[in-house]
Design a protein around this ligand. Structure first.
Ligand SMILES: Nc1ncnc2c1ncn2[C@@H]1O[C@H](COP(=O)(O)OP(=O)(O)OP(=O)(O)O)[C@@H](O)[C@H]1O
Ligand SMILES: [Mg+2]
Length: 501
């Protein structure tokens, strides 16, 4: 029988038809991947199923019975749980407290023992590796996600929806997650999995539904398709892997970082240079100093020792604003925090950080004509999907937000680009666009520091690769000198046969 059957689902936000007559079915005890470009209606469809939105048209059947789902409580009554991309946990509480919160039989403290037994039972049954007494604030992203999954199971979900669960996970954490999901399936549960990663889709799912512009364009068994076909279905054209050209001319040093300590526990300081016309890739498992490197270079964290030269100017004591004036373009890993204001319009966001530019500022007044012209030009350049420049940027899908930021940060002719996790949450068409843009910038002679948890980004785009491990550079490779496995070894702290530095 079908665990989920959604028929003729329509959902509009103003003029946007986010779901445009979607029929979606998932069989019981199946892992089903929901694919599609950014802004194509995947989250909307699942939010409807979980009772966060209500459909304008269409019907939902759960295990064959017609269902009216007006809020997440209704969804849980029907055995539907959802793990969102932005976790909703209370940091100061323990794992156990977070799991049982809101569903304590007769008060949190009275029956804590009983609840704990129940949760421990789930932990064991499904092979979660987690300490129930640990405070959530001390957990890695992957661990937090396990708490969210446990929460749905504790509430009795037999249908578990995961919205892009792997976007923020390390490769090891992805493996662990997949083990858990397969175990859940074995136990009879039904999984809906939203992702942009086709290799994950192929490895994990039984069946696939592809959405495009709010409509279903493909339903198939995973065994009867491949990555190439799925990519073409998603984007409506074939997608290419963009690869850096070797042997390009490298110019002088643009960014030089000397003797900087990334992590307190680090045994060594870090020194890096990026030349004009090259991409230096920073590989590494998240949490090995990438965030600190990013924050120290842009100035969100104080540099206590060492030095930072941008085009020969010492920038160590400068503010973020002053550093950017030296010619830094910045794509942050956390765009919500460091690159945009969700409630502000797209046009206003395009001004962010560039208020003083003469073309946007005439005698203290904003020159809206110039601002809108440039914002529109950049939005078009990246084929950004938007209702208009006055739309709040927070309403755009993640990929489209990233395109606006990319447009803004590259339009002021930076000489150095600090680019962190640029494709996180982006669809394959958008990733290709971002990759092409980075290579174009490099060809124009810009110096680029690319920090990415995606090893394929690093390997395809970089001229040189530095591997970060526990806050130090564990290896530095020239393009072509390494294999994926070698880099992988340095990422986990084991040294390989490659050149060490
Ligand atoms: N609360 C909202 N208000 C206005 N528009 C919205 C809202 N939620 C979604 N939309 C719009 O609906 C469309 C579908 O968005 P949705 O978030 O479902 O896409 P998605 O397929 O999940 O994309 P992504 O892969 O980027 O997460 C987009 O155009 C988006 O801008
Ligand atoms: Mg989404």
């Amino acid at each position: 029988m079908e665990a989920i059957k959604m028929t003729g689902i329509v959902k509009c936000f103003g003029r946007v038809r986010a779901n445009d007559g979607i029929d979606f079915t998932v069989n019981e005890q199946e892992i089903h991947c929901l694919l599609g470009e950014n802004g194509t209606g995947k989250s909307t469809l699942m939010n409807i199923l979980f009772g966060l939105y209500h459909q304008d048209e269409g019907e939902i059947f759960i295990h064959g019975k017609k269902a009216a789902i007006s809020n997440p409580n209704d969804a849980y009554e029907l055995g539907i749980g959802m793990v969102h991309q932005h976790f909703m946990l209370v940091n100061q509480l323990t794992v156990l407290e977070n799991i049982i919160m809101g569903k304590e039989p007769g008060g949190l403290f009275l029956n804590k023992k009983k609840c704990e037994e129940q949760v421990s039972g789930l932990v064991e049954k499904f092979g979660f590796k987690i300490n129930l007494q640990e405070k959530v604030e001390n957990l890695s992203v992957g661990m937090r996600q396990r708490v969210e999954i446990l929460k749905t199971l504790y509430r009795g979900a037999d249908i578990v929806i995961l919205d892009e669960p792997t976007a923020v996970l390390t490769p090891q954490e992805v493996d662990e997650l997949f083990k858990i999901l397969r175990q859940l399936k074995k136990d009879g549960k039904t999984i809906v999995f939203i992702t942009h990663k086709l290799n994950e889709t192929m490895a994990l799912s039984d069946r696939i539904t592809v959405l495009r512009k709010g409509k279903v364009v493909c339903r198939c068994n995973t065994s009867e398709t491949d990555e190439k076909e799925l990519a073409a279905k998603m984007v409506g054209r074939s997608v290419e892997t963009v690869i850096t050209k070797k042997g390009q001319i490298r110019g002088g040093v643009v960014m030089e970082l000397k003797n900087v300590r990334l992590l307190k526990k680090a045994q060594e300081t870090v020194s890096l240079t990026v030349h004009a016309g090259e991409i230096l890739g920073i590989a590494g498992v998240d949490g090995n100093g990438q965030q600190e490197l990013e924050a120290l270079i842009i100035g969100n964290k104080k540099m206590k020792e060492g030095s930072l030269l941008i085009n020969g100017t010492e920038a160590r004591k400068m503010s973020v604003k002053e550093r950017k004036k030296l010619g830094i373009g910045y794509i942050p890993s956390d765009r919500h925090k460091n690159a945009m204001i969700a409630d502000f319009s797209i046009a206003e966001n395009f001004l962010l950080g560039y208020q003083d530019k003469p073309q946007y500022n005439s005698h203290g007044f904003i020159n809206y004509a110039n601002l809108r012209k440039d914002a529109q030009e950049q939005a078009d350049r990246f084929e950004t999907k938007l209702a208009g420049l006055d739309q709040p940027i927070g309403q755009l899908s993640g990929g489209n937000q990233q395109k606006i930021i990319l447009g803004r940060e590259t339009s002021h002719d930076p000489s150095f680009m600090l680019v962190a996790q640029p494709v996180r949450g982006l669809d394959i068409g958008a990733i290709e666009k971002v990759h092409r843009t980075l290579l174009e910038l490099k060809e124009q002679g810009k110096a680029i520091l690319l920090i990415s948890a995606e090893l394929s980004d690093i390997m395809n785009l970089s001229d040189r690769i530095a591997v970060l491990y526990e806050g130090r550079v564990s290896a530095l490779f020239e393009n072509g000198e390494y294999t994926k496995e070698e880099i992988g070894l340095f990422m986990t702290g084991k040294s390989a046969g490659g050149k060490n530095s």
